[in-house]
Ligand binder design. Structure first.
Ligand SMILES: Nc1ncnc2c1ncn2[C@@H]1O[C@H](COP(=O)(O)OP(=O)(O)OP(=O)(O)O)[C@@H](O)[C@H]1O
Length: 239
């Protein structure tokens, strides 16, 4: 077991009050390295005498186009770790309105909607996603560069209009730490490789951040810390 990842997840749970006693958590599992790593560590806690009692149930959304993820491998992995799984078929392509082009935003919003539906039907009050620290940083830079706003994906997001809360247990874990763990565990690194990939802006931001942290890894930590540490006195006030 990777103690560092486990510690970082414990820190996130504590710092953001991410998991509470009695929670029933739907684990959104794509079959990729991030969500399987998340499922592995949460299962260790849910199935042991961890100080917070909670239940987990993995959910995989199977779309109507091939995304090249090796399904049999990840289903077996979850079984071996004692994690129950529900697979839901969602015709993402078929649901597209005539004349509309397929894109990542449409796909992820359809998946998100089905995850919420599953959670509410099965009594889950939380949905866990496999986003990690680098995803959160990239989103922060993308939102500044392309939307002109300072915002990002939150470690814990309570919806106003729904009973569910989104959580991101890997919020303090770096992607390279997940890659190392996934290699040790034999978890496939394949993620979505559909032909509709429109994630080039995210990739651009990733290389900008990697460039900044290339010579000094603590820069990545500081960039993340800065998002948690605004100094209002030295921010430009619009009023
Ligand atoms: N088909 C799916 N079914 C269930 N959950 C999904 C699915 N695809 C993505 N997710 C959830 O959304 C998160 C972000 O999805 P994204 O497509 O960005 O994957 P990723 O960052 O490559 O992560 P992973 O390595 O888990 O695939 C995933 O970590 C997972 O929790």
């Amino acid at each position: 077991m990777d103690k560092h990842i486990d510690r970082k997840i414990n820190q996130a749970i504590l710092r953001y009050k991410m998991i509470e006693p009695g929670d029933k958590i739907a684990l959104a599992v794509s079959g990729g390295k991030d969500s399987l790593t998340m499922a592995y560590f949460l299962a260790l806690k849910a199935n042991s005498d961890y100080h917070i009692n909670f239940d987990i149930h993995a959910v995989h959304i199977r779309t109507d186009f091939d995304n090249s993820v090796d399904k049999s491998g990840f289903e077996q992995f979850l079984k071996d770790e004692g994690i129950p799984l529900t697979v839901i078929d969602v015709p993402v392509l078929k649901r597209l309105k005539p004349g509309r082009k397929m894109n990542c935003y449409w796909c992820s919003s359809q998946r998100r909607m089905e995850l919420m539906k599953f959670a509410s039907q099965s009594g889950c009050n939380k949905i866990a996603l496999g986003h990690h620290m680098d995803d959160i940083l990239e989103t922060f830079f993308m939102n500044m560069a392309y939307k002109g706003e300072m915002s990002t994906m939150l470690p814990v997001l309570k919806f106003d209009n729904y009973d569910q809360t989104l959580i991101r247990p890997l919020a303090l874990v770096k992607e390279k730490e997940i890659i190392r763990f996934a290699e040790e565990k034999g978890i496939s690194r394949i993620t979505c490789t559909c032909n509709f990939d429109t994630q080039s802006k995210r990739k651009e931001m990733r290389s900008v951040i990697n460039f900044m942290a290339e010579k000094d890894e603590s820069i990545r930590d500081n960039l993340f810390k800065a998002m948690n540490n605004p100094v209002p006195r030295y921010m430009i006030n619009q009023e």
